[in-house]
Design a protein around this ligand. Structure first.
Ligand code: ATP
Ligand code: MG
Length: 440
């Protein structure tokens, strides 16, 4: 279509140039005649013969030029007809084809109950700073056989959404397939939001959504497989954090900050994750960290409207919990909680009694403020394995991030810049490990 419009635009432009070109010739001829007419010897002109010498040829030239113009116009319009007709036919055929495939896709997606995905995407994708354009729909049968009919042995994780299965799609593509079990209105909306946001963003520290599938009541999301699972399972699972050295933890903290900085500062409109927690931070085979689970994420502009209070207790910022005030600083608070988990090796909430929990923030604050106590409360796995100056610096960042007053919290960009010098060059920071006294 663009080519057709361009062709027509050029053709019209050419035609206009021809007409403009014809004008000066005409004007010159008229002025020539007027010169002859205004000559003192001029008498009333009744025939060609009465015209002064030279005028005859000028009028002939004028008439010839008019004839040429008419012939030019006729041939140009027939040329337009000849070229335009097949192009129009081609365009109509292409439109028909596109319309047909769009209709098939939208029928598939509209089979979702609740909000139709098509309308949701239509509402949000207008101004997004897109890098990725689409996520493919995947064939149910392929996903079903890749998970051995969603066999229990293939489960690698379970969350509020449902189970996550490991699968091999072809010779070398390992994926994680999330199956929606909880079919409430909220979970369907989360499914739609996840597709909508992840289909538009691409960053090394954000999980890649490879595709999705809607098959009757079953809804599936297909992601790149993160070989080392979640940060939560690494810290609080069977290995109890033993795979995570001090520098590895600093690299994870930096990776998450980079992912968040991309969402807050580089996406247009910016995105607030709203569910940042250690189980939503996934680690690949080299312990590169990526943010996952965008089902609760919101884009800038929607934050002032009435958004249902969501998130995970222990990670939710106090102003959001109490007043529903949601800003990028809510993510910074949750980030601070994750940073505390990395430093202390404790869960975000520890059970005190069967009915009482204590948040890591409440527990850690007095310890973090006292420099002399700090080394003794650090996760035993990494205790005494770092430069103390670095430990104080990271602890100070964590304390700032979990301030109850959001304006006291730093921006994620500031956090990012303060962590870069603490991460070894080979892990993506600027620290030259050989120069430091302590090696982990
Ligand atoms: N792409 C993936 N690669 C590897 N493991 C994954 C992947 N996605 C999810 N998992 C694993 O599955 C677990 C469950 O994920 P899921 O996002 O459904 O729930 P959750 O984050 O643990 O909890 P919630 O439902 O509250 O968000 C994760 O904690 C993680 O261990
Ligand atoms: Mg998750």
């Amino acid at each position: 279509m663009k080519i057709l419009v361009g062709f027509l635009f050029n053709l019209i432009l050419n035609l206009q140039i021809t007409t403009i070109d014809a004008r000066p010739t005409r004007l010159i001829l008229l002025s020539d005649i007027s010169v002859h007419e205004s000559s003192p010897a001029a008498a009333p002109i009744s025939s060609m013969a009465d015209l002064p010498p030279g005028t005859h040829t000028d009028i002939q030239i004028h008439q010839n030029s008019n004839k040429k113009l008419v012939i030019g116009l006729v041939s140009a319009s027939s040329l337009i007809g000849i070229v335009l007709l097949p192009l129009t036919c081609l365009w109509i055929c292409r439109r028909k084809k596109l319309y047909k495939s769009a209709k098939i896709n939208s029928r598939r997606l509209d089979s979702l109950k609740g909000l139709p995905l098509t309308s949701f995407i239509g509402r949000t994708n207008t101004t997004f700073n897109t890098q990725k354009t689409s996520v493919t729909t995947m064939d149910y049968n392929i996903l079903q056989s890749a998970t051995k009919n969603f066999q229990e042995s293939e489960i690698i994780g379970e969350g509020g959404f449902g189970c996550v299965y490991k699968a091999q799609l072809n010779d070398n593509l390992l994926v994680a397939i999330k199956k929606l079990d909880n079919k409430t209105q909220n979970s369907i909306k989360e499914f739609q939001t996840e597709i909508d946001i992840l289909s538009k963003i691409q960053h090394p520290n954000i999980i890649t959504l490879l595709g999705y599938c809607v098959h009757d009541e079953t809804k599936l999301l297909v992601y790149e497989l993160m070989q080392n699972g979640s940060l939560e399972s690494q810290l609080h699972g069977p290995s109890c954090g033993s795979n995570l050295t001090w520098h590895c933890r600093m690299k994870i903290a930096l990776d998450i900050a980079r992912g968040l900085e991309y969402l807050h500062e580089r996406c247009k409109p910016s995105v607030i994750h709203r569910d940042l927690k250690s189980s939503n931070i996934l680690l690949d085979s080299s312990f590169n960290a990526k943010l996952s689970d965008f089902g609760l994420a919101v884009m800038e502009g929607a934050t002032s409207k009435n958004i249902k209070l969501s998130g995970t207790l222990g990670y939710v910022a106090p102003e959001y919990l109490l007043d529903g005030k949601l800003t990028d600083k809510s993510d910074v608070y949750a980030y601070g909680v994750v940073l505390l988990e990395l430093l202390l090796g404790r869960r975000h909430l520890e059970k005190l009694t069967s009915s009482k929990c204590e948040s890591i923030v409440t527990w850690a604050m007095p310890q973090l403020m006292d420099r002399s106590k700090l080394p003794s409360v650090i996760d035993p796995v990494i205790r005494d394995k770092m430069d103390l100056k670095h430990l104080y610096q990271v602890a100070a960042v964590a304390v700032l991030c979990v301030q109850s007053e959001p304006s006291y919290r730093p921006l994620i960009t500031d956090v990012l810049h303060s962590l870069v010098p603490l991460v070894p060059v080979e892990l993506g920071g600027t620290l030259r490990v050989a120069e430091t006294a302590v090696v982990t």
